[in-house]
Design a protein around this ligand. Structure first.
Ligand SMILES: Cc1cc2nc3c(=O)[nH]c(=O)nc-3n(C[C@H](O)[C@H](O)[C@H](O)COP(=O)(O)O)c2cc1C
Length: 304
């Protein structure tokens, strides 16, 4: 997720999970506009390979040649998967005719996937992430079929349309329709709030995998269902802040903004309640915000 799932965040999540249960993670999207992504940019998004968990690199763009060249670089730099974004509803993506702007043009979706499959020369799987449609979900089968025709190894279906953006209500039957339309594995996405929803989405739609978006920002343990304490939740945030400080670009203000991005959704450990969420988000002083998280460590037990 853009602005969140960089290596600093992913490492803290991966350090706390059984690789087999987590399955894999994706980078933020790398936007391709005027030129192909450089090896340096790709490497920055992939980060150091510290955990035995596949890291997929996501690309978003509409220029077939540039996106394909970026896919080849991603494969050469060790991305486990190259994923193409056809879901982003942001104005920037639409102006560049990328992301969800391409959902109305299934042949273009197929062409982009095909060009990337050819460019990576079998070194890594190429996958695609789509929304269910632009204004309605009438063409979800056609969109899913286009990704399959292009040679995608897996398809993630975010069940909302572009018009529905991030609305609360979701219709998982659209995921089922995609599952029935293609023979490649489908990863369902959209509206998973609690661990039980992961099982329910799989049984209701027949999808092979489930992708968790915002709920993982509020509870990074959602994948296993582990209920953590307030102290463990605070330790997660402090470790994340520590990773951010280690970056050349890391500033106290930047780290506080990143903390707040998670605190908007945070539910783990009861650290933030709906009643006091606003007071956390309105804290203007980065040092005081960090002190507030540290205070939640309370009497964290240190070893003997
Ligand atoms: C802040 C934010 C950033 C996101 N960035 C990306 C992204 O870079 N690539 C992507 O495929 N989806 C991105 N998404 C969409 C999510 O991956 C997911 O499809 C969407 O939130 C629906 O799932 P959910 O209901 O579980 O949150 C983003 C969502 C949010 C809220």
């Amino acid at each position: 997720m853009e602005g969140v799932t960089d290596p600093a965040f992913r490492d803290v999540v991966m350090a706390r999970h059984d690789p087999l249960r987590l399955g894999g993670v994706f980078t933020e999207f790398v936007r391709i506009t005027e030129q192909a992504a450089s090896p340096g940019v790709i490497q920055r998004h992939l980060g150091a390979a510290r955990f035995p968990i596949p890291v997929g690199l996501q690309l978003m763009g509409s220029d077939v040649t540039l996106v394909a060249a970026s896919a080849a670089t991603a494969a050469a730099r060790g991305a486990a998967v190259v994923d193409l974004n056809f879901g982003c509803p942001a104005k920037g993506a639409l102006r560049g005719c990328a992301g969800s702007a391409l959902l109305d043009d299934p042949p273009k979706v197929a062409a982009l996937v095909r060009a990337c499959v050819d460019a990576v020369e079998g070194r890594v799987p190429v996958t695609a992430k789509v929304r269910a449609g632009v204004d309605d979900a009438d063409r979800v089968e056609e969109i899913a079929g286009a990704a399959e025709d292009g040679g995608a190894s897996m398809l993630t279906v975010h069940c909302r349309t572009r018009a529905e953006r991030y609305q609360d209500s979701v219709d998982w039957s659209r995921i089922r329709r995609a599952v029935e339309a293609v023979s490649i594995p489908v990863c369902g996405n959209g509206g998973v709030r609690v661990t039980e929803d992961i099982r329910r989405m799989r049984s209701e739609t027949g999808c092979a995998f489930v992708m968790v978006g915002r709920a993982a920002l509020g509870d990074p343990w959602i994948f296993s269902g582990e209920r953590v304490t307030r102290q463990v939740a605070a330790r997660f945030l402090l470790d994340y802040a520590g990773n951010l400080r280690g970056l050349r670009s890391g500033t106290p203000e930047g780290a506080a903004a990143r903390m707040k991005q998670l605190l908007r959704y945070w539910t783990a450990g009861g650290l933030v309640t709906d009643q006091d969420r606003l007071s956390w988000l309105r804290e203007p002083d980065p040092a005081r915000l960090m002190a507030r998280i540290e205070a939640a460590l309370g009497d964290e037990v240190e070893g003997p």
